[in-house]
Ligand binder design. Sequence first.
Ligand code: PXP
Length: 241
Amino acid sequence: MTSTRLYINVDHVATVREARRTDEPDPVAAALLCETAGAEGITAHLREDRRHIQDLDVERLRASVRVLNLELATSPGVVALACRLRPYQATLVPERREEITTEGGLDLSRPHPMLRETIRSLEESGARVSLFIDPDLSTIDAAKDLGVPAVELHTGRYANSWRRGVAALDELRQAARHAADMGLFVHAGHGLTYANVAPVAAIPEIEELNIGHSVVSRSIMVGMKAAVSEMREAMQLGAGS
Ligand code: PXP
């Protein structure tokens, strides 16, 4: 069995809840099921627009799960909340309001005082800071210069092209090796699915995978039969009255 840690991103459990602004499905209850199933960690992204995960979800996740990896951008309100809650890990990501999901890694090509300041605040609060970056060597060097212990390599390019050749996988392999040679812990994620995950999980330097959409999608499919049976039973409760 691979020793790569599996962190499940529960954002899209909250996406379904927010579609009705109700209280189900609960991302915290889902996170506890993920832990029971063997996930080593739980990931959640508190976006500035609060489109899925809400502040209270992060508070409850922090109080409930063993290992919380909070994804966040450098927006001051979210950073303040992260510093107060002190998750085990804080992964800094770029964020654009109009995007459907995080589209690329952090741009580290120019000096970024806000990013430095955010890293410092998070580290002072006790969180282990990771930077979500594209798998290219100069960006890895820039991440190292920022003094963080870990990077998460964006696997989006691989996820979009794995059927057409190995170039993006080779790029990931090279990037992972380079990051590990620089003394960084290496994580990876985005767009990984049951069909494309194995070659990434086999890259020896990658210690942690963050996977969300595919697992939440699959859980609907493997859970639908039981959910329909339970609704049928619930309907029977009124049959005798
Ligand atoms: N890692 C990061 C930094 C992300 O922003 C996301 C998406 O929220 C993921 C991993 C998980 O991506 P996916 O939902 O495609 O598995």
